[in-house]
Design a protein around this ligand. Structure first.
Ligand code: COA
Length: 203
């Protein structure tokens, strides 16, 4: 039944939103799409139930977007996701400054990428009337794991091979192969470095 509904929704209204769709790509019939002619999907992409996608979003091959993920982009600030990526449940990607994600990247569940910042300098009017700006968006390289519940703020670049620990708040750039954790996120190790060496180095 679900297969039939998926087929029907893609054949009818969903293709109004999808500019290009590769082979074996599945968009679950409950997925909410919010901007016409805005989605480019590679091959073998899976967008699972109750995800919400708004604005210009480009997804590479073999990438899964899990249930209840929200991705918001607009014409000026696309969200680009590479090949072989997994965005897990309840993650939230908000792009005023643009979000670029490389290949082989995993966002665990409840990750937030917040590529926008509020103006609040004036105290004579509410912050909600002061608008928003961007510090340059968020860029994530290849082979990056972002642990469950982590938050990445606007203007941050995470280089290839980095690991972001569970619940980290990433406020500064993260170097290649660095393992970071905490609030604000600090380097706690480097990928490939034996833990015994780390302990000796700290002694
Ligand atoms: C960051 C992480 C990769 C580190 O793993 P590890 O290299 O095995 O590190 P260890 O567990 O040996 O911990 C090393 C140190 O970092 C600390 N640390 C570990 N994870 C941390 C985190 N998320 N935030 C802050 N500090 C952390 C440890 O307390 C330890 O500190 P200590 O030496 O003072 O005791 C791991 O803890 C993590 O958060 N993984 C992500 C898990 C996840 O979300 N998976 C997705 C599921 S869908």
């Amino acid at each position: 039944m679900a297969t039939l509904l998926n087929w029907l929704s893609l054949r009818t209204w969903k293709n109004k939103y999808i500019v290009k769709r590769g082979k074996k790509t599945i968009v679950h019939y409950t997925v909410m799409l919010r901007k016409r002619k805005s989605l480019i999907l590679g091959s073998n992409v899976k967008i699972k139930h109750h995800a919400m996608l708004k604005g210009r979003i480009i997804v590479g091959d073999n990438t899964d977007i899990s249930a209840y993920v929200v991705i918001k982009a607009n014409k000026k600030s696309a969200v680009t996701i590479g090949n072989n990526c997994l965005i897990r449940e309840f993650s939230y990607l908000d792009s005023i400054g643009g979000i670029k994600i490389g290949n082989n990247v995993r966002l665990s569940h409840h990750v937030s990428l917040i590529a926008s910042t509020h103006h609040f300098e004036r105290t004579d009017i509410p912050f909600s009337e002061q608008g928003m700006y961007t510090k340059g968006g968020i860029t994530i390289g290849d082979d990056v794991l972002i642990g469950a519940g982590a938050k990445v703020l606007d203007g941050v670049t995470i280089d290839n091979g980095a690991i972001i620990g569970t619940s980290a708040v990433v406020t500064h750039n993260v170097k290649t192969h660095s393992i970071v954790g905490g609030i604000p996120a600090r380097e706690i190790n480097v990928r490939g470095r034996p833990k015994t060496n780390l302990l000796k180095a700290q002694a």
